[in-house]
Design a binder for this molecule. Structure first.
Ligand code: CU
Length: 175
């Protein structure tokens, strides 16, 4: 099952619980975005830990910040202990065509967990993985369309911050 929806039950619950402070003007970033489904394969000719895996992404915006929750299942249990880089990208997922996802969503400046959305995860025994990050910005509708799983962990520094190796899987997200 694949689906992206806005203002789902969690947003309703969050508003009821007073967790979401205020709502933006019309056209502003959604308070809650969810996308769930099987990952698109960006490297169909090679076996990867993400082949056939399912991901569920939540983005919850509040007070100008956004918290992202990523949960994955169906990963190859043999990859337990391996860390993969994950980012929000601006372009859409097209299976077998990794470059359609385009560059990282970036608010300007050097790639970092403050200017981009990084959701690296480590495969757990049983083939699960999760990541949580909070960034000091919100994503406007249409400004990003996917999350991409890479072959390596994200480089936080060095000469190529944000680099994480080849693109191996993708999940569409409608911000
Ligand atoms: Cu990326």
């Amino acid at each position: 099952m694949r689906g992206t929806r806005r203002f789902g039950w969690l947003a309703t619950a969050a508003i009821a619980a007073g967790l979401v402070v205020g709502s933006g003007p019309a056209g502003a970033a959604s308070l809650f975005v969810e996308s769930r489904g099987e990952l698109s394969d960006y490297a169909p000719t090679t076996h990867n830990a993400t082949d056939g895996a399912t991901a569920d992404l939540w983005a919850v915006a509040a007070g100008g910040s956004t918290t992202f929750f990523l949960f994955l299942s169906g990963l190859d249990p043999e990859a337990a202990g391996t860390t993969y880089g994950v980012h929000v990208h601006v372009g859409p997922c097209v299976a077998g065509a990794p470059l359609t996802s385009g560059p990282h969503y970036n608010t300007g400046g050097t790639p970092s967990p403050e200017t981009e959305v990084w959701l690296d995860f480590t495969v757990l025994p049983g083939g699960y993985g999760f990541a949580v990050t909070t960034v000091p910005f919100t994503i406007e509708p249409g400004d990003a369309k996917s999350i991409v799983v890479h072959a390596d962990p994200t480089q936080a520094g060095g000469s190529t911050p944000g680099a994480a190796g080849g693109r191996q899987a993708c999940l569409p997200v409608e911000f």
